[in-house]
Design a protein around this ligand. Structure first.
Ligand SMILES: Cc1ncc(COP(=O)(O)OP(=O)(O)O)c(N)n1
Ligand SMILES: Cc1nc(C(=O)O)sc1CCOP(=O)(O)O
Ligand SMILES: [Mg+2]
Length: 215
């Protein structure tokens, strides 16, 4: 699981001015290791159009052997045969998800502090998304940034669970984040708004794998 978190790309239709399928394919060509479909915010696609985009993105990910995760919407994930879901503190509980989902599903949960991380471990989450690390314009209801020290504190109480850091992450943050205990980084705008998503992803992948290989 830790290797899969190295470059965890998240995308919805309103994270880019371009065709999201083209942006996703360029990112996959650059070395995304895990992908999350997150269709929310102003003008988010609804109903059949959302389902169609999710299906197309899943097929694209699978062509590149990258697992496809759905944000929040457990029913959609089950309907289209996704590889897992990511839920936050206000979404469906891990216990309820585990009653409905295939055994091999990847189930991730958000954690902003030590007690949320400890609960995620106790509930059997496969990984935690820790953040926001820095300020972000991408999520309107993001909490207060926790910085590198927040990751360090969470790692201290959850020594083994795979951790992916999220929120305002840029290329130069990758190695410092991994030094304090993250196994990878989750990124929206630094890839989706890049003029060259493939090259941006390649750079993230190089930094993350450099650290995994022991510098
Ligand atoms: C990898 C990862 N980590 C955290 C989040 C945030 O989830 P949540 O708190 O439920 O907020 P929304 O994304 O649903 O707005 C995430 N999506 N992915
Ligand atoms: C989806 C999401 N979740 C966050 C959290 O803190 O849980 S921050 C965030 C947005 C990440 O986008 P960007 O890489 O553009 O900052
Ligand atoms: Mg959520």
């Amino acid at each position: 699981m830790k290797e899969l978190l190295q470059v965890y790309f998240i995308l919805g239709s309103n994270n880019t001015d371009r065709d999201p399928l083209i942006v996703l394919e360029e990112a996959l060509q650059g070395g995304v290791t895990l992908f999350q479909f997150r269709e929310k915010g102003d003008h988010a696609l609804q109903a059949d159009v959302k389902v169609t985009l999710a299906q197309q993105m899943k097929e694209l990910c699978h062509r590149y052997n990258v697992p496809f995760i759905v944000n929040d919407d457990v029913s959609l994930a089950l309907d289209i045969g996704a590889d897992g879901v990511h839920v936050g503190q206000d979404d469906m509980s891990i216990t309820d998800i585990k009653k409905r989902c295939p055994e091999d599903w990847i189930v991730g949960v958000s954690a902003t502090n030590q007690s949320e991380a400890e609960k995620a471990v106790a509930d059997g989450a496969d990984y935690i998304g820790v953040g926001p690390i820095f300020g972000t314009n991408t999520k309107k209801d993001a909490k207060r940034p926790i910085g590198l020290s927040g990751v360090k504190q969470i790692r201290a109480v959850a020594p083994s669970i795979p951790i992916v850091a999220i929120g305002g992450i840029q290329l130069t943050d990758v190695i410092p984040l991994m030094k304090v205990g993250a196994d990878g980084v989750s990124i929206i705008s630094a890839i989706s708004q890049s003029e060259k998503p493939m090259q941006a992803t390649q750079a993230f992948a190089r930094h993350a794998s450099y650290f995994h290989q022991g510098m």
